[in-house]
Design a protein around this ligand. Structure first.
Ligand SMILES: Cc1cc2nc3c(=O)[nH]c(=O)nc-3n(C[C@H](O)[C@H](O)[C@H](O)COP(=O)(O)O)c2cc1C
Length: 364
């Protein structure tokens, strides 16, 4: 029904308008017990073969909501009702921010992709984490932290800015993702460099306090392998627990959307099918570099069951979706989970982690 009726209707309006009204309706549904139970009856699907324990947390299935969709933590109950195995709220930043001027999100239907330059709009770390404290959630909540979108905050102040969000998240989050790869602020990727990443992880005292929730680092889809290898070494030193791979891409490789349209859209992070292979390659590389010992959340261009299986085969323990929700609708969560169970049956496997185990570590 989504592809044949709702999507054509929604795609008549510009992406920013649809996004905003979706968030409004979704927040309303999230607060209504009646809506939640109807949605749960329609969409929720769980199976024992999908359960896993990753980084000490219990996941009922491997499909999570990627950061950026629920920036303010207003949608957690809805995501649970839709059948997600976990959700990642944010990015949150130390100070509240309205983000970049509109238009700031664009569809590329020919490429089943999106370009966005939202610019880290969010209600601020204190407000969002306070909101999250009110939930009695049954699924793990990750909190994704980034630096406030303000180029004047730099050097020591930037480290302290991250720390404010980190400390706000520590009490509430089941895991924390450090976003060092936002392409939509002037200084977004400053921390995707060995020296600055090291300074950041030291400043946040990652790995020192064993009561801290597990910490993941999120890399860009565009990161070069040599740099990635260096950064992985640094994260190991600080006992970072795992990785989210990947964020969006600033490049425009392999698109069928006309160059003139891309020029009109301008800068922004590319997501969806156009970055699927790129992010899968990075997952495979990190799985090999870490010898499969660190959990990977695979994200980037998952629109079908096959895309999800590709990520798991490459070494992802968990997966996340964002653009897939826009093109395939909320039923995608159930579709992927059912598809994984069907695949397990066909392959004579009993559990989702066995798919990953079958993948060779040294595949390039
Ligand atoms: C509109 C939009 C906003 C996003 N905002 C964030 C964000 O605030 N923080 C973050 O870490 N990633 C953000 N992302 C990136 C997604 O979490 C994800 O890494 C990326 O879109 C690739 O997944 P996909 O192809 O399933 O969309 C955003 C993506 C989109 C499309």
């Amino acid at each position: 029904m989504y592809s044949s009726i709702l999507r054509p209707l929604l795609f008549r309006f510009n992406s920013d308008t649809v996004h905003e009204s979706t968030i409004k309706w979704a927040s309303f549904a999230s607060r209504s017990k009646l809506c939640l139970s109807c949605i749960k009856a329609l969409y929720d699907y769980q199976a024992p073969a999908l359960k896993q324990e990753i980084a000490g947390l219990a996941f009922r299935n491997p499909v999570g909501l990627a950061a950026g969709f629920d920036k303010n933590g207003t949608l957690v109950p809805l995501m649970e009702a839709l059948g997600f195995g976990f959700t990642e709220v944010g990015s949150i930043t130390a100070s509240a921010n309205t983000g970049n001027p509109k238009p700031r999100s664009f569809r590329l239907p020919k490429d089943l992709s999106l370009i966005n330059r939202m610019g880290l709009n969010n209600d601020g770390a204190a407000t969002v984490t306070k909101r999250l404290k009110n939930y009695e959630n049954n699924i793990p909540i990750g909190i994704n932290i980034a630096k406030t979108n303000n180029p004047e905050i730099s050097g020591e102040d930037a480290l302290e800015d991250y720390r404010t969000s980190f400390l706000a998240a520590v009490d509430v989050a089941d895991y924390i993702t450090i976003n060092i790869s936002c392409p939509n602020t002037e200084e977004g990727k400053t921390f995707e460099e060995p020296e600055t990443l090291s300074a950041l992880l030291a400043h946040l005292e990652i790995g020192k306090d064993l009561t801290q929730p597990p910490v993941f680092v999120k890399f860009s889809a565009d990161i070069e392998s040599v740099l990635l290898e260096e950064l992985i070494d640094i994260t190991r030193h600080y006992s970072v627990n795992g990785y989210v791979i990947s964020n969006t891409s600033s490049l425009r490789d392999g698109l069928t959307t006309p160059k003139s349209t891309l020029k009109k859209i301008g800068r922004g992070g590319l997501s969806g099918s156009a970055i699927r292979e790129k992010s899968t390659r990075l997952i495979r590389l990190v799985h090999r570099l870490t010898r499969g010992e660190k959990p990977i959340i695979g994200v980037g261009g998952i629109l079908t069951v096959q895309d999800a299986l590709e990520k798991i085969r490459a070494g992802a323990d968990l997966i996340q979706i964002y653009t897939g929700m826009v093109y395939e609708g909320p039923g995608l969560v159930q579709k992927i989970n059912k598809g994984i169970v069907r695949y397990l049956r066909e392959e004579g496997l009993e559990h989702v982690y066995q798919i990953r185990k079958k993948s060779p570590l040294i595949e390039s």
